[in-house]
Design a binder for this molecule. Structure first.
Ligand SMILES: O=P(O)(O)OC[C@H]1O[C@H](OP(=O)(O)OP(=O)(O)O)[C@H](O)[C@@H]1O
Ligand SMILES: NC(=O)CC[C@H](N)C(=O)O
Ligand code: SF4
Ligand SMILES: [Mg+2]
Length: 470
């Protein structure tokens, strides 16, 4: 039995390099650094005169070994780690996609979700296209093929037809293109290798791992091309149609703390959220603890600002992973007990402030409050370093269906009662916005899953939300 130990699911990660010796190996390292963004499948498309592809289901280290990488020589590559959010799982949907045409081949990989995918697919099928997968990503290849003109113009025309969230990497036999949606929902950074080659990655932690120097983030609505050692940029839309709405959950939960998004380090943003949370919802207590892993930074911020000591009240067993085999249903129910233990010598007879970054279904908070109380904590005050998630995400993050989102069904007092905490408070939307407002590089956040005010039209997304072939 495979347990689903994560309540909040990742999205996807993309990585590309142009040009460097052994591009597939660099991409392997980059994807490994992005593994937290998706564990269902991984793939690398490499250029060695022509494009060659290897992909498979599972982790990067399961799909690639030394032998496999040796069979992928070449000086340019793109790669992907996948968590499916459109079209379901299965090898056919694992990326990159490779399109072969009479005029050359095209590799495509994507983080995000195209919200008008069904409309475009129906139109394309009407015109004779036959899709090889059920993924929204495949649409871009078909659109590029149908448009005419210079290759960059065909890409721009295609991108203008897509609505929703995307960070795309497109590899051809003579160039690499990178593009970001007009809302900037998904992150994409550019780096440079010591040899002058360019690197693209969903997160800067993947640039660091290959020794690339961070240059800048792609801007919303921007497409860049690297060809013959030169990087050229253009906007595929008029600038008045572009807004900056980077996904707030990238800062709250998804990205690695050592990554920097739009000029703000993720750990720093989380710490700011913890500080802000203290100002909005202070409580008198003896200790502050964070729920490992992603809320540690916010807990440190809360502790620093309140002057209440930060303690390690919970320990995570790092060997409980996605493939952990549970012998019985009863043990499965105890998933959190296997994953996290309370340190009773620290929490016994103490008034504890437990910080988590988010509540999705409420499973984690409920179990941890109980764990801490069983370990002897006198009071458990839960503070969440994000607003309540009440609405689903249609932009490439699996925050569950509306029925599963506990804050959609319960107000704060009902939820406090359900998780059996002594008190419960969430960070406000205004507070969250301030956590990233430390520089002028990040001008806006997507807050759709908190507010229900979606930054894009939704087309048929709501109607089809529960119909994915997962
Ligand atoms: O309300 P729930 O449905 O339980 O979901 C919320 C929990 O899920 C996430 O943690 P996760 O267990 O995915 O792992 P991490 O914090 O170790 O990254 C998040 O950090 C919360 O702790
Ligand atoms: N989570 C994602 O970014 C997924 C990308 C794409 N929509 C897919 O399902 O493959
Ligand atoms: S709806 Fe939520 S998870 Fe989705 S992109 Fe916006 S902030 Fe991120
Ligand atoms: Mg967690």
């Amino acid at each position: 039995m495979v347990i689903d130990d994560r309540e909040l699911h990742e999205e996807c990660g993309v990585f590309g390099v142009y040009e460097a010796e052994d591009a597939a190996r660099l991409t392997y390292y980059g994807l490994h650094a992005l593994q937290h963004r998706g564990q269902e499948g991984a793939g690398i498309c490499v250029r060695h005169n022509k494009l060659h592809l290897h992909k498979g289901e599972g982790l990067v280290t399961e799909v690639f070994d030394k032998e496999r990488l040796k069979q992928l020589p070449g000086n340019a590559a793109i790669g992907h780690v996948r968590y499916s959010t459109a079209g379901g799982g299965g090898i056919a949907n694992v990326q990159p996609f490779l399109f072969r045409t009479m005029k050359g081949s095209l590799g495509v990989c994507h983080n995000g979700n195209i919200v008008n995918a069904n409309i475009l697919k129906a139109q394309l099928e009407e015109e004779g296209a036959i899709f090889n997968s059920t993924s929204d990503t495949e649409i871009l290849g078909h659109l590029i093929k149908r448009h005419t003109g210079r290759f960059i113009d065909r890409i721009c025309k295609s991108l203008r037809e897509l609505d929703g969230a995307f960070a795309f990497l497109i590899l051809c036999e003579n160039a690499l293109y990178a593009a970001r949606d007009k809302y900037g929902l998904r992150p994409l950074s550019i780096g440079q290798l010591p040899n002058g080659g360019y690197v693209f990655a969903s997160e800067t932690c993947a640039l660091d791992i290959v020794g690339a120097r961070y240059l800048r983030d792609l801007m919303p609505g921007e497409v860049v091309r690297v060809k013959d050692g030169e990087l050229k940029s253009k906007f595929y839309l008029p600038t008045d149609q572009i807004v900056d709405k980077i996904c707030a959950m990238e800062y709250i939960y998804f990205s690695r703390p050592d990554s920097t998004i739009e000029g703000i380090n993720v750990h720093t943003a989380r710490k700011n959220a913890g500080r802000m949370l203290y100002h909005e919802s202070p409580v008198d207590a003896d200790l502050v603890i964070g729920v490992p892993d992603s809320s540690i930074s916010a807990a440190i911020g809360y502790a620093e600002e309140s002057g209440i000591p930060y303690e390690m009240g919970l320990v995570k067993n790092k060997y409980v992973g996605r493939t952990f085999i549970q012998p019985t249903q009863a043990l499965r129910e105890q998933g959190v007990r296997m994953k996290l233990s309370a340190v009773s010598s620290i929490v016994r007879d103490k008034r504890v402030i437990m910080i988590d970054d988010s509540i999705v279904r409420g499973t984690t908070s409920k179990r941890i409050v109980r764990l801490l109380k069983e370990a002897g904590a006198k009071e458990v005050h839960v503070r969440i370093a994000s607003p309540a998630i009440k609405y689903p995400c249609f932009y490439g993050v699996d925050t569950s269906t509306i029925e599963e989102l506990i804050s959609n069904r319960m107000d704060v007092e009902e939820l406090r009662d359900y998780i059996e905490a002594d008190s419960l408070a969430f960070l406000s939307e205004e507070g969250l916005q301030k956590t990233t407002a430390v520089t002028d590089t990040c001008t806006g956040l997507c807050l759709s899953c908190f507010s229900g005010h979606y930054v894009t039209p939704l087309y048929d997304s709501y109607k089809n939300a529960n119909k994915d072939e997962k």
